[in-house]
Design a protein around this ligand. Structure first.
Ligand code: ADP
Ligand code: MG
Length: 385
């Protein structure tokens, strides 16, 4: 009897259940699966909801970690990106769902070049960045965003400041993300922050009451509204990216580096080397787009299939690096493709410092100078339509 079998299995062994969605690019539709995760042996099992049949037999899969299993997150199971949309049972909801939150963080124009430092602090607080986009707000957009402060005496100055240059909006996720991020920011006035919370971000990087590094949502309702403002899930597109699309090269901080928490360090190294990051955005690239982006390497580089798999195995962060003759000079900062060789020949390059092997080599950079614009366009014009 199936019911008895299911019951006995779940009583014998710990199991987490989720309802997930996967976008099938060939059929262009969303498919729903139940996902089961067995922590004892790190195995997964998938059940096709529509067709009511096993889709994936219980299989060991060590790349999935228990801390990534919560509703709202996106996980990778055998190169399929699954959105965890609901807990499959009360046990899973109680055990894994209690404290996970999403919140909006904005890095304001005063510290845009210190984004790496801020990300370091975010990762060290056990928050993860699940979305990120550099945008420049119009006066109107900034006024809409800060509508709650409309009647305050500082409203005009605030709107003027926040629309004065690029900002980076991020979705942060983790245990008590909202209060964790606000605690990390510290008191709104940077001078007060230096007295009362000297370790806080505003104490370290802020200037005064208005130039105070960042914004954080202050309630669940605000978080929902503000995330929708920058990352609309339904209609519209949100504020546009900042890509210039001339005199530029493309850098991708690869998926493995993001999940190892190296994003902040890599951005710091890029800024320290004097490069201008003129656009920044996180993308979840699907297999078809990864294949298209890496097309020129197909049949040329033995690692092509693994490169495709790496690129679509989770979120990556794409940068537009802007400047004259920048494709060549940026390649030098990245170093030879193989991190082992980089460590011998160019020990201070990004791949020497942050790469693991020829595929997980921390960053992609444009090969041919004439491809710089094309690669940047691929992400910032085609994928971010
Ligand atoms: P928080 O950003 O910590 O949520 P508030 O919501 O109170 O702080 O204010 C929103 C933003 O308005 C602040 O981050 C700051 O940039 C600006 N601001 C707040 N109070 C003042 C003030 N008295 N003078 C100038 N700017 C202010
Ligand atoms: Mg506020």
């Amino acid at each position: 009897d199936m019911t008895f079998l299911k019951l006995s299995i779940c009583c014998l062994e710990e199991r987490y259940a989720f309802l997930t969605e996967w976008y099938d690019p060939t059929a262009a539709l969303l498919r729903r699966y139940q996902l089961f995760y067995y922590p004892k042996d790190s195995s997964v099992e998938m059940f096709d909801v529509k067709n009511q049949r096993i889709f994936l037999r219980r299989t060991k899969y060590e790349d999935l970690h228990q801390e990534d299993l919560f509703v709202g997150n996106r996980v990778n199971v055998f190169s399929r990106q699954l959105n965890l949309i609901e807990y499959g049972d009360q046990y899973t909801a109680n055990k894994l769902g209690s404290k996970k939150e999403r919140t909006l963080a904005v890095i304001k124009p005063d510290v845009i070049t210190k984004i790496g430092d801020v990300l370091e602090l975010i990762y060290s607080s056990n928050l993860i960045v699940t979305k990120a986009k550099m945008v420049t707000l119009t006066w109107k957009q900034a006024a809409d965003f800060y509508v709650e402060h409309q009647s305050k005496p500082f409203f005009n100055n605030l709107v003027q400041f926040v629309s004065s240059g690029p900002v980076v909006a991020m979705e942060l996720m983790g245990d008590e993300a909202m209060s964790t991020w606000r605690r990390l920011l510290g008191p709104a006035d940077s001078a007060v922050a230096r007295k009362e919370a000297p370790q806080s971000i505003r104490a370290q990087f802020g200037t005064d009451g208005i130039k105070n590094v960042g914004h954080g949502s202050d309630s669940f309702a605000a978080a929902a509204r503000e995330l929708e403002f920058f990352f609309p899930s339904t209609i519209g597109h949100g504020p546009s990216n900042t890509a210039i699309l001339t005199d530029c090269t493309c850098c991708i901080i690869k998926t493995h580096a993001i999940s190892e928490g190296l994003t902040g360090k890599i951005l710091n190294s890029i800024s320290a080397a004097g490069f201008e990051i003129s656009a920044l955005q996180m993308f979840n690239v699907d297999r078809a787009n990864a294949e298209e982006f890496y097309e020129v390497y197909k049949g040329v580089v033995a690692e092509y299939p693994s490169m495709v798999t790496e690129l679509c195995s989770g979120p990556c962060m794409v940068l537009e690096i802007h400047g004259t003759d920048v494709p060549q000079s940026f390649r030098e900062l990245c170093g030879p493709v193989d991190p082992e060789i980089s460590r011998h020949l160019r020990p201070t390059t990004l791949r020497a410092l942050y790469g693991k092997d020829k595929v997980k080599n921390a960053v992609h950079c444009t090969d041919m100078p004439e491809d710089g614009v094309l690669e940047v366009q691929y992400f910032f014009k085609i994928l971010d339509w």
